[in-house]
Design a protein around this ligand. Sequence first.
Ligand code: MG
Length: 261
Amino acid sequence: MKEILGFAVVLLAIPGLMAAVASGDSPQGAAQKADLGKWAIHDLDRPLPPVIDPGPAGPSGPVPSDAIVLFDGKGLTQWEDGKGEPVKWKVEGGYMEVVAKTGSIRTKKGFGDCQLHIEWATPSVVSGEGQERGNSGVFLMDIYEVQVLDSYNNRTYADGQAAAIYGQHPPLANASRKPGEWQAYDIIFHGPRFDADSQLVEPARMTVFHNGVLVQDNAELTGPTAHKARPPYKAHADRLPLSLQDHGNPIRYRNIWLREL
Ligand code: MG
């Protein structure tokens, strides 16, 4: 009993650790939360991650035999727009391209925990600055966005650059290729868990590789991603569509596949 009390006193002396233990956070999760708490959303003073060269773009990556292929360059039969209507984005040359103002698109089928591979390219002719340059997004469950942006020599807020979990976690490195070059995200996503009373039991988590470089390391999401807001979790289904954002810029996507976990 004495030892247990002693242990409790040590823990009480370290409030951060005590809070982490109480909330069930891993030390890494607790550190990440503390870091997030330091910065307002889209804070321009938040440090930008180091810029690194991920190496040249290769050919489109291989598809594992057990993957669900969501786009193979030919058709958009597995996708619909926000109203459930056929997608109006362009399909040509083995890729799809956002057609501005036709709206974001989503898979007809819903997915939960998954490994997702998706390749994308921003326009080779650069136009706009910051969030207006090559903006789109990959939304897991139509709610949790990994930002797509031309972040090659294009300053914006750290939590809104390419491979950021939008408004929450900047990437660990800026592994962007030049505009027009093909890039890839490999995302391991675990959706949030809710109990029978719709209370959050487990937050969503994401690990992301950008052009093969680890940029999100089991990052814990605070809730849905949003512009200028960090809204709390709201209970939702176990499976929801994957969606791609129309932010008005002609972003291209190809070779999209997913493995359910
Ligand atoms: Mg976006």
